[in-house]
Design a protein around this ligand. Sequence first.
Ligand SMILES: [Zn+2]
Length: 224
Amino acid sequence: MTQSFRNASSMALILGLTVPILAESRTSETRDPSLKISVRIYNYAAATSGVPAKAQGEAARIFSRSGIETNWLACAIPGREVETNPSCKAKPEATDIQVRILPRKMARKLMNHHSEFGLAFTALGDGFGSNASIFYHRVEELSARRHTSRPLLLGHLIAHEIGHLLLGSNSHSGSGIMHVPWDRRQVERASLGTLFFTPREASRMSDQVSRRMAAVAISARASR
Ligand SMILES: [Zn+2]
């Protein structure tokens, strides 16, 4: 993780917003149903097991709305737990995303004024960023402050960080799930299940997933 590779995905920043605000009316019916990514979850924060599972459901629903199917894997913590899932042991491909849910102590090493809830490490040029971290103690704090469920917030924040990986740098928005900072309105919409990516973001993410799937196919052909 070099500095040049690192992109702070802040929800604390109020940025000059360049993404047009669009109505969020398009649904997955207009998308290619075959678009798919796989997400490996590493629960370093030892969040109660039901929390990441429910969060995955929230994030899956959000990506489905954008026409992207997600496959979720609960993977063992490297060096601490024995990995029993063969899919977690497989070498990550371009369509494999890795999300680490970090406790406060680990999060502090990554946190800066750009990062309130997590970080995504986007790639430069034509590369594919695949790693994101969530600061779980911030999820707990937001949950307590807004009297909102942790799994629900965690799911939305995971979707936000994966959104950075699929949208590239400078991907905060004036509306929807990529909006920053998170305020009462975002949390209320999350609670109602109406906080999504904008249609324009969905289109860009779909293009990105298509590119990643093509890269996997090329890699598979080359290895035959
Ligand atoms: Zn962000």
